[in-house]
Design a protein around this ligand. Structure first.
Ligand SMILES: *Cc1c(COP(=O)(O)O)cnc(C)c1O
Length: 474
């Protein structure tokens, strides 16, 4: 028996979803509709009358046509955007259907237990201290906010300051010591948490990440301040890892809190081949990562882990008379920045249940192998210069302007031009970045669907784009 009010529209949505997924191999990977076209189609006056939900869905599908990047497919290599594995997509649909307000066990019992299990599973998969507390948040950005709120509480408590009660007015100034190459979400988290970007002490890094010596120097200069050290597992451009085993003990010596940005890189722990890159990471105090990138869970899904449960609870623990708090169960509200929230655990649970350890390991190691294959293939293309070979799933390539008179900005322009041509061919999608002052095309492989055929099609598309771009040089 089905509910007639939902029947037709959910069936139609299923049909549209399957049509979309079925076209991924043949449709253009990048969006083809312009901003103007999308606005023209979508910005309609608010309808006066109600409409049939089936018509609404059909119209929506029609109006967004060409405005979707096919990151669900196998040839999307822009930014770091994973696809979504089938079980997780299906669980995500059910999450909306069940519509649980997942802040409390009393309000959403199954959602709360599912999250509890996800937390334990993730801690095991990522090899973090088993007693860590955790939160399922919207993404790594909010995982930083969550972890750094706990960090703020702990480092100020060491200076006899209760930030939850006294706030930051008049508090000892916190210093955040970190590499100069870091993700912009760190600054944003510090802004939100009232610490501001001026609290950052930059350390220049080389290709081996932060060095023991430079960290020790920076920390000896901030020794009287409450201090947070921020390390990286997976640099956004090169995928590089800080040497955790060497630098975490240095931070410890200075009584600093160590937070790790491992948005995608933390998943190296799931692959025996890459696990050495995160050796010693379990000695940190907090870790932020994503489900929606490398685990291939639909957006939005990030994870925060904190070794010091008390600090984490101090930052977010919440009691209110009208809520039914549980003594035994885990109430997500006590660990999360949100209040009412989506039952975000279901998709993660389904992803891990369907992939298993071996499936997760395969996604990580296959993505790394495909990234290396694309970069190696591009190396044979005229005027392509490999700037960074993948350590994990990220590589950097640029395209040189072959003219004798070419300047650095000509190389930058050429790199952008080749990248744009690859995207307009519809065969593959890449985005550009600036690394060490040079524009480069970033190769980022994080979707489970990418296979050897995709790699070959992609290399052919890069070659064709470079050729066309060269022919158009005047
Ligand atoms: C993507 C990313 C983030 C931000 O994560 P969101 O899930 O987009 O909030 C932070 N750090 C690094 C290294 C990233 O790649």
């Amino acid at each position: 028996m089905t509910n007639a009010r939902y029947d037709a529209v959910l069936r139609r949505a299923t049909q549209r979803a399957l049509e979309y997924l079925g076209r991924l191999d043949s449709s253009a990977v990048g969006a083809t509709a312009t901003l103007h076209e999308l606005r023209e189609r979508l910005a309609k006056p608010i309808p006066v009358n109600s409409a049939d939900p089936v018509d609404v869905i059909d119209q929506l599908v029609k109006d967004v046509e060409g405005g979707l990047h096919d990151s669900a497919g196998g040839r999307f290599f822009g930014w770091v955007i994973g696809g979504a594995v089938p079980a997780a997509v299906a669980a995500d649909w059910l999450t909306s259907t069940w519509d649980q307000n997942s802040g409390m066990f009393a309000v959403a019992p199954a959602a709360s237990v599912v999250e509890e299990v996800c937390g334990a599973w993730l801690i095991e998969l990522l090899n973090l201290p088993r007693s860590s507390s955790f939160a399922l948040v919207t993404g790594c950005q909010m995982a930083h906010v969550t972890c750094l709120a706990a960090a703020r509480s702990a480092v100020l408590a060491r200076h006899n300051w209760d930030v939850e009660k006294q706030g930051l007015f008049g508090a000892p100034e916190i210093r955040v010591v970190t590499a100069d190459l870091r993700h912009g979400t760190i600054e944003r988290a510090l802004r939100v948490l009232g610490m501001g970007s001026d609290c950052i002490v930059d350390i220049p890094v080389n290709e081996h990440g932060l060095s023991q010596e430079s960290l020790a120097t920076a920390l000896s200069e901030t020794r009287d301040s409450p201090t947070i050290v921020l390390l990286q597992a997976g640099d956004l451009n090169t995928g590089a890892f800080d040497p955790f085993e060497a630098v975490i003990p240095v931070a410890r010596k200075y009584d600093a809190w160590v937070h790790v940005d491992g948005a995608f890189g933390l998943w190296a722990a799931a692959s025996p081949q890459h696990r050495h890159l995160v050796a010693g990471i379990e000695k940190a105090d907090s870790w932020a990562t994503d489900g929606h990138k490398w685990l291939n869970v639909p957006y939005d899904c990030g994870y925060a882990f904190v070794a010091d449960r008390d600090a984490h609870y101090r930052a977010f623990g919440h009691k209110a008379s009208y809520l039914s708090h549980s003594d035994e169960a885990r109430d997500p509200v006590d660990w999360n920045p949100e209040y009412s929230r989506r039952g975000r655990g279901f998709a993660t649970y389904a992803a891990i249940a369907s992939l298993g350890r071996s499936g997760i390991e395969r996604i990580v190691s296959d993505c790394c192998a495909h990234a290396s294959a694309i970069v190696a293939g591009a190396e044979d293309i005229p005027n392509a210069e490999v700037l960074s070979r993948p350590i994990i799933n990220q590589g950097l390539i640029r395209f040189l302007d072959p003219r004798a008179s070419a300047t650095p900005s000509d190389h930058d322009r050429r790199t952008e031009d080749v990248t744009r041509r690859i995207v307009s061919s519809g065969e593959a999608f890449f985005s550009c970045t600036t690394w060490q002052g040079m524009r480069c095309m970033r190769v980022s492989v994080s979707g489970w669907q990418t296979n050897a055929t995709d790699v070959l099609r992609t290399i052919a598309a890069i070659r064709a784009a470079e050729f066309e771009s060269r022919n158009d040089l005047t």
